[in-house]
Design a protein around this ligand. Structure first.
Ligand code: 9MJ
Length: 693
């Protein structure tokens, strides 16, 4: 067998260090550095070397995350220190009582006490044991005393370090935390499962717990799971590790340094007012976090005080869980209606007896499609469980079959469009049924017009939903091109339209005629062609004619365009009625600057921008595409060379780093204003910049 030489040893060490660092930056710091392609290339190189020199393989090598073969079952593992539950507080009075109880026991003034507050992650609790800095065991909570050994599965999570970073860790380290799944990942996974007919999970907690209990780690590896640490465990049966830090929050900072993800929302506050204020703030933010939390965990920050307080029965005296309202609630399915979308997709919508779910009254929920109705086995009249999380549309997740009334009715999927009565079609292999009426169908026409007039498309000011309804109801507007034939006299006769607003709308239509090619492409409302794709198409083809003439293979050559989107584009431009609409729009005077590819003004050429935090008015991909169209590069991490950081809600470490390095930071509204100005060919107002910086 080949013996590895010193050069190979060095290369292996370097590849491992780079890959470990890339994981840490991506999964813990949220600041990706390597591109996915680079990461894959390096991982593959390491795999090649290890295949040639098996003696070089170590258990903590990044190649060993999915090393194990399927297990027959999971071994029972006793927890060294029990994984206890927390006592709950359900209102602010109970929080104040907790603070007073703690203060009385410690014989201090309540207002002098510091508490560490953190989101109560709603996932699956696990415990990780490291020996000499290497991951030795990963165990589920189980009944708190005995869990299941799921080490091979936990190793597949990139946010679980196989090897601790830094040096000053103890010989044996036990870290506890929660395995969770983000809403976006959960929805995408369920969407795929619905298409493939595999298991659909009711919520991210079930998905996380179910994924961890797969006997084949290759399955767990495919699930988008994340581990966040929230507790360091000592050997002396207390909650404290034998580590020389005086507070829980400092221990969390240490865990971050050792390579663990710790909640960016963690904060230290004083007294009951500090706690209540934190709980209110996090409650308001709950819907925007992008993952499920079911409350706030409040811990006495001082570890000596924790030790003094100790435990009562099964829960620590030094912590409490403040519970938020549940994200799932039971109600009754009163009826099902069928909505027709812009592309004719027919969506069954559950009409529910109104119910408050996590602070919002819900009376509608999506049932997705016919297969989903069959999967749920739901009938009209059933008791159903509704889930509402973040900005995801409320969903029916479960039927309480034991409570089915005798007169429950089957849900009958329509064969004809409920709006225009055209035949409903369901293509082979597609889950979605569609109205075949196209723009003949008033529902599709309305949605197409709304999209055409929207801010990111032609931005026709004053053309709102009610007006579109009125225009379609009178059959005045059959295609977007008809909008430009409307006169002020026509419009003035419509309900709630005076002469002034009619004249304003005609002026807005006139103004909208001068647009850009990406906006025009986006406005056409082609299936799965969003703003970013429209930008890429415009940049690639340069002219509408070139785009319309492109063959499937040409289209697939465009960045981010796969076979499905290419097929939608190809079909769209080959439909005579779409060509007619486009011709009519151009005949009505729609224009845009035809630029040769790459010749558009690029005011941000040579600049590198970074986007972080949650943006509310556009997605990160859209922001990225618009910056790129202006010539900027968009990077994943902040450095001295960053021209500007766009910081959305809940921006974390990148914002701190930008501030440290003196990189200019702007918020979302400033970002939108600047983009709009650059896209109009103007430079943004310099005084606005000074204020923002
Ligand atoms: C969760 N679930 O997020 C604890 N937890 O601490 C946090 N759980 C906990 N802390 C001690 N943030 C026992 C449980």
């Amino acid at each position: 067998m080949n013996q590895p030489d010193a050069k190979i040893h060095d290369e292996v060490a370097q590849l491992r260090a780079t890959l470990d660092d890339a994981n840490y930056r991506y999964y813990v710091l949220d600041e990706p550095q390597l591109t996915d392609a680079d990461y894959d290339l390096k991982l593959r190189r390491l795999q090649e070397i290890e295949a040639e020199y098996p003696a070089l393989v170590t258990p903590d090598s990044p190649t060993q995350r999915v090393g194990a073969s399927p297990a027959d079952g999971f071994p029972e593992v006793q927890h060294n220190v029990p994984m206890l539950s927390l006592n709950n507080a359900f209102d602010e009075d109970e929080l104040a009582e907790f603070v007073h109880r703690v203060a009385a026991r410690l014989e201090v003034e309540p207002d002098t006490l510091s508490f560490c507050c953190e989101p109560k992650l709603d996932g699956a609790a696990v415990s990780l044991v490291y020996r000499k800095g290497e991951l030795d065991a990963g165990v589920t909570r189980g009944d708190g005393h005995t869990g299941e050994g799921i080490t091979s599965n936990l190793k597949t999570l990139k946010s679980v370090p196989l090897k601790l970073r830094g040096k000053e860790w103890p010989e044996r380290l036990e870290v506890r935390g929660e395995v969770t799944m983000r809403h976006a990942d959960f929805e995408a996974m369920n969407e795929r499962a619905r298409e493939e007919g595999t298991k659909v999970f009711a919520n991210p907690r079930n998905a996380a717990a179910g994924s961890l209990r797969q006997l084949d780690p290759r399955i767990t590896d495919k699930r988008p799971l994340e581990f966040s640490a929230y507790q360091l465990v000592g050997q002396d049966m207390s909650s404290l590790a034998d580590i020389d830090t005086p507070t829980h929050s400092e221990q969390m900072a240490l865990l971050r340094e050792w390579g663990f993800r710790v909640s960016p929302e963690l904060d230290v506050v004083r007294g009951a007012t500090g706690i209540i204020d934190y709980c209110r703030r996090l409650g308001e933010k709950r819907d925007r976090l992008g993952y499920d939390i079911d409350g706030v965990v409040i811990k006495v920050d001082d570890l000596r005080a924790q030790r003094e307080l100790g435990f009562v029965a099964r829960a620590p005296r030094w912590a409490i869980a403040f519970k938020f309202p549940a994200q799932e609630q039971l109600t009754t399915l009163e009826d099902v209606e069928f909505q027709v979308g812009r592309t004719g997709a027919i969506t069954p919508v559950a009409r529910l007896a109104p119910v408050s779910v996590a602070g919002v009254t819900v009376s509608n929920a999506t049932l997705h499609n016919q297969d989903e109705i069959a999967r749920l086995g739901v009938k009209i009249g059933d008791r159903v469980s509704i889930r509402r999380a973040g900005d995801v549309i409320p969903q029916v997740v479960r039927v309480i079959e034991e409570e089915r009334p005798a007169d429950a009715r089957e849900i009958v999927f329509p064969e004809c469009c409920p709006v225009c009565e055209s035949q409903v079609e369901r293509l082979e292999g597609e889950a979605v049924a569609r109205c075949s009426g196209g723009l003949y169908c008033p529902a599709q026409r309305k949605e197409a017009l709304k999209h055409f007039a929207s801010r990111r498309a032609l931005d026709i000011e004053g053309l709102g939903v009610k007006l579109i309804d009125a225009l379609v109801a009178r059959d005045w507007v059959k295609t977007p091109a008809d909008l430009f034939t409307l006169t002020a006299a026509d419009l003035a006769g419509l309900p709630r339209m005076g002469e002034k607003s009619a004249a304003n709308l005609v002026a807005a239509l006139e103004k909208a005629k001068r647009t850009t090619l990406p906006r025009f492409i986006y406005a056409l409302g082609i299936r799965e062609v969003g703003e970013a794709t429209a930008n890429n198409l415009a940049r690639h083809f340069g002219t509408l004619e070139a785009l319309m003439a492109a063959e499937q293979a040409d289209l697939e050559g465009v960045e981010d365009v796969g076979p499905i989107v290419a097929a939608h584009l190809h079909t769209f431009f080959r439909q005579p009625h779409n060509r007619e609409t486009i011709d009519a729009l151009i005949a009505q005077g729609l224009t845009w600057q035809e630029e040769a590819v790459g010749e558009r003004p690029q005011p941000l050429a040579g600049e590198t921008w970074v986007l972080t935090g949650t943006l509310e008015q556009l997605t990160r991909d859209e922001g990225k595409a618009r910056l790129q169209a202006l010539g900027a590069k968009v990077a994943g991490s902040v450095s001295k060379k960053t021209a500007c950081l766009v910081a959305g809600e809940a921006a974390g470490s990148k914002l701190a780093k930008a501030n440290d390095l003196g990189v200019p930071v702007i918020d979302e509204s400033e970002f939108l204003e600047r983009l709009a100005a650059w896209e109009r060919g103007e430079s943004p107002d310099p005084t606005a910049n000074e204020e923002a910086e």
